[in-house]
Design a protein around this ligand. Structure first.
Ligand code: NCD
Length: 312
């Protein structure tokens, strides 16, 4: 583990926002991810966290995030406790998120929280006595997904700068798009094109923040603006965060890419945090640019790295 941040203390206590990661820290984390990836099936080469308990507290639906955290913790030999859905928890009896975190923090050494409220992770981290990882807080952020996305890009095209990146199709509500935009805006010479129906466009405040970080940003309602992008990052309409799903019904056929579209484009990589619903036609899966299943697999070594860094 010579190149990794194991040598120095990991500077973060919690992982709440992707903004906590500078490009230098990201590189150090990715070196640890490389080690985890190389040794994924060689337990003797991995850190052993046998005396560590990871709590997975998921108050919103999840498949990839919760399962990859579970896989990550078990590959490191850690114990896992899981609590899913707010209905089955004391939150439904009126317990505050802060109290829940105080309790869970007494049972575990790391807590991963998914919650429907924008900003919940920050509140939870303040109350939690042990490291907290944001597994998605409403339409705000999904920092561990952004780490997976950046790591995938690094593996696929070896650079995170000088790129034209198209992001669709719900820039307003997709926490995955929001966290990845913030991260990519830190790297030199990136252009971000946010694509989706007018009703789902990102706020002026969000765009301005990305511009202040140094990115060139534009919004477009035209799927065709993805054609000249190096990287295309798609995420379904986040219907659970709309007042009505009529926008989704009206636009789902329009906001989709086909294999023919990709063949007739400059696109080098296509990512999607998944689940894939309407946004990518099945025939795209067999194209070399389709990296979303490889991306999902990187969820395990990325989360192994995070857990081990936070408890070391
Ligand atoms: C994303 C999420 O939950 O925000 N899923 C994930 O974690 N891989 C994207 C989504 O649900 O659309």
């Amino acid at each position: 583990m010579s190149r990794t941040v194991h040598q120095r203390a990991f500077p973060l206590k919690n992982v709440v926002s992707i903004d906590q990661f500078s490009p230098a820290l990201l590189e150090a984390v990715f070196a640890t991810v490389d080690d985890m990836q190389t040794n994924l099936r060689r337990p003797a080469q991995l850190p052993r966290l046998a005396d560590c308990v990871v709590a997975l507290i998921f108050f919103e639906p999840s498949s990839r995030t919760i399962l990859s955290f579970q896989a990550a913790a078990s590959r490191l030999g850690a114990g896992i406790i899981v609590h899913q859905t707010a209905e089955g928890s004391s939150l439904s009896k009126g317990e505050s998120l802060e109290d829940t975190m105080r309790i869970v923090g007494g049972y575990a050494d790391v807590v991963v929280l998914r919650h429907k409220e924008f900003g919940a992770a920050d509140r939870a981290a303040t109350a939690c006595p042990v490291p907290l990882i944001n597994g998605g807080d409403g339409g705000n952020e999904h920092p561990t997904q952004a780490l997976v996305d950046l790591y995938t890009l690094r593996q696929e095209i070896s650079t995170l700068s000088g790129l034209r990146i198209g992001m669709g199709f719900d820039p307003q509500h997709s926490r995955s798009i929001r966290s990845l935009c913030r991260a990519l805006a830190q790297y030199p010479d990136n252009e971000l094109i946010l694509v989706g129906p007018e009703e789902l466009s990102a706020s002026a405040e969000f765009i301005q923040d990305l511009e202040l970080r140094g990115a060139r940003v534009r919004q477009s309602t035209d799927v065709d603006s993805l054609r000249k992008c190096d990287v295309v990052y798609l995420n379904r309409f986040q219907v659970e965060r709309f007042d009505s799903d009529s926008v989704a019904r009206r636009f789902r056929d329009q906001y989709r890419i086909s294999a023919d579209f990709v063949r007739d484009s400059d696109i080098r990589v296509i990512l999607d945090p998944l689940p894939r619903i309407h946004e990518i036609e099945g025939a795209v899966d067999s194209l070399s640019q389709a990296a979303y299943f490889r991306q999902a697999a990187y969820g395990v070594p990325v989360r192994m790295a995070l857990i081990s860094l936070l408890v070391s």
